[in-house]
Design a protein around this ligand. Structure first.
Ligand code: ZN
Length: 107
């Protein structure tokens, strides 16, 4: 169960695509502090039992904070969603599902 004050990952959507399809800032995982927890549900994903809830988050971007309410859970790391990160208390040790969104130099 996610709890207030826990860190999770928020998947930033990135900046809008340019004409050539590239993005100045691509979608990437950001650290986020849980500020409120909605109704939680438990489900199975890849043989793991996970807790999901709609969360309010304070997202820690490299250049600033932003506050996002009603963020849905997505264990596959879709843009604009949250997921537990490696070693997080909300799940068993799982690799970050959105790690493919992170440039090689930042892994
Ligand atoms: Zn992540």
């Amino acid at each position: 169960m996610p709890y207030v004050g826990e860190f999770v990952h928020y998947v930033a959507r990135g900046t809008p695509p340019r004409e050539d399809g590239s993005q100045a800032y691509p979608s990437a995982c950001r650290a986020a502090v849980v500020t409120a927890v909605g109704e939680a549900t438990t489900f199975r994903h890849d043989e793991l039992v996970l807790d999901a809830a709609v969360l309010d988050l304070c997202v820690l971007n490299p250049t600033g904070l932003f506050f996002n309410q009603g963020v849905a859970h997505d264990p596959d790391g879709g843009p604009g969603t949250w997921h537990a990160h490696f070693g997080g208390a909300t799940t068993f040790a799982t690799p970050c599902p959105a790690s493919s969104n992170v440039p090689d130099s930042r892994r």
